[in-house]
Design a binder for this molecule. Structure first.
Ligand SMILES: [Zn+2]
Length: 238
């Protein structure tokens, strides 16, 4: 293990919440890490802001049909990684903005799940970034700090829904240009790829996809001296 990677067994993390824009984002960027957490017996929950309803080039399908198909694929991918709690917020694909409405909804889910760690998109990369990824990463960080912490922010959640303010100690951002944390996924890479392959609507050649994910894991691991890794930017929220 290099100095740049951490041993997940030494972390005092019991609950992980992963907040993403689309079905398949988790399997693409942090599925190997999710599998490491679930095999250690940690609780992992997903909040997925859209149902990926624009994600098909088949002109015969309606957005509703695509959403239904992609939610089913996401549930199967979650099952493969040992995750049973999956919530779809059903914002329209490619139209997500970092609004107060989204932030309020994310604060609700953070207060409900009370995670020790949130994993989400890095909203900062300026070029070639899906606008939904930017919006969800931004809204999630704003929800985490300071909104979920402060009792006077969205107090109706405390008054009416029985939730409590919550401090999440840290966030890990994926698809980042400034990684400072590498997770060894050598053991869980096959499950990550199996989960990614559950998104049948999102590829045509499974062998090519498998090769590309092996290559990406190896390239990501290089700076940390790992044979297969996922990389994150750590954000201290305490
Ligand atoms: Zn996405």
């Amino acid at each position: 293990m290099s100095d740049l990677s951490i041993d997940l067994t030494t972390l005092s993390i019991s609950r992980v919440l992963v907040i993403v824009a689309h079905p398949d984002d988790i399997e693409s960027w942090c599925g190997g890490t999710v599998a490491r957490f679930t095999e250690l017996g940690k609780s992992v929950a997903y909040v997925i802001c859209t149902s990926g309803d624009k994600g098909s080039s088949d002109p015969s399908l309606t957005s509703q049909q695509i959403a239904t198909m992609r939610e089913a694929e996401q549930l199967e991918a979650a099952r493969i990684l040992g995750v049973s709690s999956v919530t779809f917020l059903r914002y329209p694909d490619s139209e997500v903005e970092s609004t107060l409405t989204l932030r309020r909804e994310l604060v609700w889910h953070i207060r409900y799940h009370r995670p020790d760690l949130v994993i989400t998109h890095d909203p900062v990369p300026p070029y070639r970034l899906h606008p939904d990824h930017r919006a969800v990463g931004r809204a999630t960080l704003d929800a985490l700090f300071p909104c979920a912490r402060d009792a006077l922010t969205f107090p109706e959640q405390i008054r009416d829904d029985g939730l409590q303010p919550h401090i999440t100690p840290e966030a890990w951002l994926f698809a980042t240009e400034v990684p400072d944390l590498w997770i060894d996924i050598n053991r869980t890479l096959p499950r990550k790829i199996q989960a990614r392959l559950a998104h049948h609507s999102q590829y045509s050649d499974p062998q090519a996809l498998e090769r590309s994910w092996h290559k990406r894991a190896a390239e990501t691991g290089l700076p940390a001296g790992l044979t297969a890794a996922e990389a994150f930017k750590q954000v201290d929220l305490r």
